[in-house]
Design a protein around this ligand. Structure first.
Ligand SMILES: O=C(O)CCC(=O)C(=O)O
Length: 319
């Protein structure tokens, strides 16, 4: 049966406790009530539009409240930033791509047209970044990227994991975040870095019978809250209002582990990516066998992995 776990909340007086948590624990936590600059007061849709103006931004446009990366039930479009903000902050559109109640999501990217550079909030949005002050949480040398996220009320991004540690700074609007420990990933039916489960509230979906076994960490973020999402934790985010957030990724492993071509912070670390590729090749090697043999040898492979997994779990329990 599914089990709900609350995420630990540190208040502004225990900011040091939050920092210690981020440095020493591999589970999520919230810092609530810390001063994060004037953004919480200032970032209305009018202010954002006026400060950033008409720079073009690539966005997701979805007719449905649950974006599905596999079925691609959304469009990639470009709008001027001020137009995106105006549309995302209202429910009904006069101009639209799909229908008048479509929903919008911006995940800021680099500005290089071929998409080969990395989102950097202070470089790409200098007029907004002066309003945001982040507590000193990780070493500056570990910094990877900072991403501006603007979303219509109610629009959920697919459940996914990132390969870097992350703080999600909620600036405007409330948001529900549901998280799953990486050790529950078999119950989340992954396809690459994304879960195949689109509706995380549908725990009895017969297509995903093990989902109900997953331990669900759930929290609500208010404006000004900072959520620590450790690398590999699956997360699903549902804005309850027009939402503006900034998240910062940083490398918690040595630089050499990370794929230099990764601009999103979601490419599996190099040894894992190679291992997964080898597994794909291994399953291809079995493809010439009759079904009965394939079935047996897939299970043999699972048994080998189960033995390895047992040794990891035992050493985690000891530490
Ligand atoms: O808050 C959001 O819109 C999504 C956050 C997220 O997925 C992330 O920080 O990795």
């Amino acid at each position: 049966m599914a089990c709900n776990v609350e995420v630990t909340i540190y208040n502004a007086e225990s900011e040091q406790g939050f920092r210690d948590h981020v440095r020493s624990q591999r589970n999520p936590a919230i810092l609530r009530g810390a001063y994060i600059g004037e953004c919480v007061k200032n970032w209305s849709s009018e202010y954002l539009s006026q400060k950033v103006g008409k720079i073009p931004v690539k966005i997701h446009v979805s007719p449905s409240s649950k974006m599905d990366f596999v079925k691609k039930n959304f469009l990639y479009k470009t709008l001027p930033f001020d137009e995106l903000v105006a549309r995302a902050s209202r429910e009904q559109q006069e101009s639209y791509f799909i229908h008048p109640r479509e929903l919008y999501y911006l995940r800021s990217l680099g500005i290089e047209p071929r998409g080969t550079d990395i989102a950097d909030f202070s470089k790409h949005y200098p007029t907004l970044s002066e309003d945001l002050r982040l507590p000193n949480i990780f070493e500056a040398s570990r910094y990877f990227s900072s991403v501006l996220r603007v979303s219509s009320s109610g629009l959920s991004l697919w459940t996914h994991y990132d390969v870097m540690d992350n703080i999600l700074v909620q600036v405007r609007g409330k948001k529900t975040v549901i998280l799953f420990n990486p050790n529950d990933s078999l119950n989340l039916y992954l396809n690459g870095d994304k879960s195949r489960i689109i509706d995380v509230d549908d725990i009895d979906n017969p297509d995903f019978p093990r989902f109900k076994l997953a331990k669900r960490y759930e929290c609500q973020l208010n404006p000004g809250d900072i959520l620590f999402i450790p690398a590999l934790w699956l997360h699903n985010v549902r804005p309850l209002d027009f939402s503006v957030a900034v998240n910062v990724f940083w490398k918690n492993l040595d630089d050499d582990f990370y794929d230099k071509r990764d601009v999103y912070g979601n490419k599996d670390v190099i040894p894992a990516a190679r291992a997964l590729q080898t597994l794909q090749n291994a399953t291809k090697l079995l493809s010439s066998l009759p079904e009965e043999y394939k079935d047996f040898y897939y299970r043999r492979m699972i048994s080998e992995i189960e033995i390895k997994l047992e040794t990891v779990v035992k050493s985690e329990c000891r530490s």
